[in-house]
Each structure stands twice: as structure tokens, then as C-alpha cells.
Ligand binder design. Structure first.
Ligand SMILES: Cc1cc2nc3c(=O)[nH]c(=O)nc-3n(C[C@H](O)[C@H](O)[C@H](O)COP(=O)(O)O)c2cc1C
Ligand code: SF4
Length: 510
């Protein structure tokens, strides 16, 4: 009997290793990625008659009784029934995450048995221009934050220089946004799909070398990506002749030291070159002068991992999903004060209300939802009365919102929005690379001004607004340029949290 216990970092943090060890004394245990239902981790699965049945959350103390239930086929209080039938799973459209949680992440055989390498094989037969055209047709936009069309970026790099010149593929796996974990879950659960996506990008633009820049806080993802690259080399997916073709492509992992700003693409490139992670002025754009001054594709993990499906099924099929200019699926990460947190992949277009209240099940505290911050620490706070906004790039922008990396952090009505605004400014002050004045100095002054308002000095409110405008329009990159969004959204939608404050408030938001 085959039993699965996740190796995902979240499941491991909750005792999955001890569970795997206990069950491994009786059964053949395979370590898989997570299904994304973090509140059910560690989620143990057992296959019966070709159907995978779940038990969760299985702590180390439950392992013996779960083993007994698996052995006897009997009932257990933690039994969940067929995993694919759980409402969280059934409501998804899992394209990029199709294999995550399903296969052994390091098995090339299982990867292929579940549709892996179909995209790369097709890409090899197509050549550069048609691959780029397929990605353009899919409407795929960068999942790292800015939402720039991936196909157009590739087209620029493909056309950038003579074929003989070196070009690079750089995968941005810095994933610094609070409440974001899609990149990590993908790299831990299906690293081969990222390798396949990067190899396709290499063939498309004429690059033979790639790098995955992973934050040092992700030791499991680093280990699994490195192991998967080794397996891919052995299987001939990487190397001098990709899958026996005339194309060469290889790649390696580079570990960042853990600065939020190193997720910004030019800062990342500096760090990758061994320099201090300071933002570079654009132009030149990395597509023309990137790593070591050469034309470079810099794409997020999810952008690159979405490409194999697009190549295997066609850009037009992908573009059928979604709304407006937000095509395809988006792995939404639901976190914060929420009952059911985790990763949920769906076509663009669900309302924020559906995501927070139906999928996420409302707050964990049971109190009313006050707001959700969408798009990481630089994203706006969307108040609950605007939750009918559809989840899409332009749609969220109508509410001054940012889709970003699609992380959602939920807050209940006890949240103190002034404290959250202060956190945004403080975060910017701590993480600023220091290159430009509005961000370096403005964020420090922003913290001081919010502290004045907290002491009841409301003359600080117009100063804060003015400061936010200066940072928004005068900063060199989006760290200083977007920090005003959470601040101003908190101030605009929840002015009462900024007025009439003479005493320190309860520490509810912390
Ligand atoms: C301060 C800052 C931090 C960023 N952090 C990340 C990150 O952790 N991961 C990421 O993919 N993009 C991040 N970005 C966006 C990148 O600069 C860039 O747009 C992205 O890597 C491009 O890939 P994509 O087109 O596939 O999204 C960040 C941007 C800024 C300004
Ligand atoms: S906005 Fe901040 S992080 Fe960006 S370049 Fe200026 S100082 Fe550096």
C-alpha cells in the first residue's frame, strides 16, 4: 500500500517528518508536495483502488491510530475521504499546480506519466519564433508583480543580439512578499516543471544558461531544486543536447542572502553578479542589458512554470480562461486571519469576496472581516465593502489595488489600520536599498509622521499624504513607489483609525 506524506516546508513545520518516519515503519511512504490546504497539514494520503484518500491534520501523536485505520480500512476521526473530491480541490483549475501534491517531486518517470515534458518536446519541434508567438497568444503576464506580458519580454530578448552572443534566463524565486508562498510550494512540489519552463525559455530566446535565484530562507526549495536539476541532467532534459535535440541548455541555483529589494529584477541581477543588491536605473532594461550586461529574461517562478502547459495545450486554450486582459489561471495564496489558508489555483475573475469568504471561510477569529491586503506588503488594503471586485490586474486597479504576486492577507475588525500603515512605512525604511531619496528618507519620515498622528497630532495627516505623493512619483523603483499604497488605502478607507487618537491603542493588529 502506497502512502504519501508531504515534504513541503509548511507540512514539515507541523511535524510531517515524524509522521513519515512512523508510517514508514509499516508502509511504503512517498514524500509529495502539498495540496495547498495548509490547515489540513500534515495531510496523509493513501491510495485505494486508484483513488487517494486523505487524513488530516495528522500530527505525530496521530500516526499510530492513522496507521491502524489505513491497515484495516476502517474509519478515523481525521479521515477526509477522496482528496480530489474535497471542495477546496474541486473548485480549482489546477494547470500550473496540476502535479503538485500528486507526484514524487524528484521522479522524472512520474513527471512524464502526468504530462511532463510534453511542452518541451513540442517547443523543440517548433523553434524560437513560434514558441514566442504561442506565449504571446496565451496572454500570460508576469506573476512576479508587474504583470508585464511574458511573450513580449521573450520577443525582446530573442531579437536582442546576434544568435552567437550569450543570453541568459534568470528565474526570480526571491518571493519576499508577506503572505506569499506559491513559488516555494511549486519548487518543493514540482521542481521539474520550472526546469522545463526555463528550458523552453532558453530555446525561445537562444540562451544556453539559466539561474534560479532563491532566497536563503527557503532551504527545502533550494535542496529540491538542486536535486531536480541533477535528475534533469541525468535524464537528458538539461545539458549539451536537450532531449536529444540540437539545443543546449543548463542551469544552476544561486542563493540570495535575504533582502526584500533583491526581488526587484535589477537588484537581483546585481546580487547574482556578486555585487551589493542595489537597484539599477532603467533603461537599459534587463531584456537588453541584464546579467553581465547581456540580454536576459528575468521571470518569476510561476510565470516560467506556466509555460509548459501553454506549450503542451496551446496559447489559445490558456487564453480562454480568465477575464479581460488577465488570461489563464492564477495561484492565489490566502493567508492572515483566515479559517482556510493555503494555495488555490483558479482562472482570473473570482471576486475577492468569494476568495476570502467562501474559499477562505472568513476569519479564523470568527469576527467580521475588515480588510484584505492584496499583493504583498506594498499592496493596498481593500476594505470589505469593495470585495466584489473581480480578481484581475485591471479590475483590482479600479480599487487602487495591486494584484502583485497574488497573496491575500486577511484582517478582522480588530485590526488597527494606523498600525498597519506604520508597518508599511517601517518595512520600506528597513528594506530600502538607499539609492534614492524619496524612499530612503521619505520612509523614515513617514514612520515619524504616523507616530505623531498616533499621539493625536492630526496636523500630520496632510503631511503624510504629501509625503506619500512624493514617494509614489519620485522613487526609482516600486519599493518606494508602492509603499504609499497600503498607507493611503488605510488612511482613505479607515480615517477613524487615524483621528482622535490621544492614547496608544490596543495591540490587536499585532
Ligand atoms: C521591491 C521589489 C521586490 C520584488 N520582489 C519580487 C520577488 O520576490 N519575486 C518576483 O518574481 N518579482 C519581484 N519583483 C518584481 C521584479 O522586479 C520583476 O518584475 C519580475 O521578476 C519579472 O518577472 P515576471 O514578469 O515573470 O513577473 C519585485 C519588485 C520590486 C520593486
Ligand atoms: S525606491 Fe527605495 S529600494 Fe527602490 S531604488 Fe529607491 S531607495 Fe532603492
Amino acid at each position: 500500500m502506497r502512502v504519501w506524506v508531504p515534504l513541503d516546508a509548511a507540512a514539515r513545520a507541523l511535524g510531517a517528518d515524524a509522521v513519515a518516519e512512523a508510517l514508514g515503519r509499516e508502509f511504503t511512504v512517498t514524500r509529495n508536495g502539498t495540496r495547498g490546504m495548509v490547515w489540513l497539514e500534515p495531510l496523509v494520503e493513501v491510495e485505494r483502488d486508484g483513488v487517494r484518500h486523505g487524513y488530516g491534520p495528522v500530527g505525530p501523536e496521530d500516526a499510530a491510530s492513522v496507521a491502524q485505520a489505513i491497515r484495516s480500512g476502517g474509519d478515523h476521526p481525521l479521515a477526509l475521504g477522496p482528496v480530489e473530491e474535497l471542495p477546496w480541490m474541486k473548485a480549482q483549475t489546477r494547470l500550473t499546480f496540476a502535479r503538485v501534491g500528486v507526484i514524487d517531486p524528484l521522479s522524472v518517470e512520474e513527471y512524464q506519466a502526468h504530462g511532463g515534458l510534453e511542452g518541451l518536446r513540442r517547443a523543440i519541434g517548433m523553434g524560437s519564433e513560434p514558441i514566442v508567438a504561442e506565449v504571446v497568444e496565451s496572454g500570460l503576464r508576469g506573476r512576479g508583480g508587474a504583470g508585464f506580458p511574458t511573450g513580449i519580454k521573450w520577443k525582446t530578448v530573442a531579437a536582442a543580439a546576434a544568435a552567437a552572443e550569450r543570453k541568459y534566463i534568470v528565474c526570480n524565486a526571491d518571493e519576499g512578499d508577506s503572505g506569499s508562498f506559491a513559488d516555494r510550494m511549486l519548487m518543493e512540489g514540482d521542481p521539474l516543471v520550472l526546469i522545463e519552463g526555463m528550458a523552453i525559455a532558453g530555446i525561445a530566446v537562444g540562451a544556453v544558461q539559466g539561474y534560479v535565484y532563491i532566497r536563503s530562507e527557503y532551504p527545502d526549495a533550494i535542496r529540491l531544486m538542486e536535486a531536480a536539476i541533477g535528475k534533469a541532467r541525468q535524464a537528458g532534459i538539461l545539458g549539451q543536447s536537450v532531449l536529444g535535440s540540437a539545443h543546449a541548455y543548463d542551469m544552476e541555483v544561486r542563493v540570495g542572502a535575504g533582502a526584500y529589494v533583491c526581488g526587484e529584477e535589477t537588484s537581483l541581477l546585481n546580487s547574482l553578479e556578486g555585487k551589493r543588491g542595489v537597484v539599477r536605473a532603467k533603461p537599459p532594461i534587463p531584456a537588453l542589458e541584464g546579467f553581465l550586461g547581456r540580454p536576459t529574461v528575468v521571470n518569476n517562478v510561476i510565470s516560467l512554470a506556466s509555460v509548459p502547459w501553454i506549450l503542451a495545450h496551446g496559447g489559445a486554450e490558456y487564453a480562454k480562461l480568465g477575464i479581460g486582459r488577465s488570461k489563464g489561471t492564477i495561484p492565489i495564496q490566502i493567508a492572515g486571519n483566515v479559517r482556510h489558508g493555503g494555495l488555490f489555483e483558479a482562472a482570473f475573475g473570482m471576486s475577492l469576496r468569494q476568495i476570502v469568504e467562501e474559499i477562505g471561510g472568513g476569519t479564523a477569529s470568527g469576527r467580521p472581516v475588515k480588510a484584505a491586503q492584496v499583493g504583498g506588503p506594498l499592496g493596498s488594503y481593500i476594505p470589505h465593502w469593495n470585495f466584489d471586485v473581480p480578481f484581475g490586474y485591471e479590475e483590482l486597479a479600479t480599487k487602487e489595488g495591486l494584484l502583485g504576486h497574488a497573496g491575500i492577507t486577511v484582517f478582522d475588525d480588530s485590526a488597527d489600520m494606523l498600525k498597519l500603515a506604520r508597518f508599511a512605512m517601517e518595512f520600506c525604511a528597513v528594506e530600502s536599498c538607499g539609492k534614492c531619496t524619496p524612499c530612503r528618507i521619505g520612509s523614515v519620515r513617514g514612520v515619524e509622521t504616523i507616530d505623531r498622528i498616533a499621539q493625536g497630532d492630526e496636523t500630520g495627516i496632510p503631511i503624510l499624504t504629501d509625503l506619500c505623493n512624493t514617494m509614489k512619483w519620485g522613487s526609482l523603483c516600486a519599493l518606494g513607489g508602492f509603499a504609499p499604497f497600503p498607507v493611503m488605502s488605510a488612511l482613505t478607507h479607515f480615517p477613524d483609525d487615524f483621528r482622535g487618537r490621544s492614547e496608544p491603542r490596543k495591540e490587536a493588529a499585532e
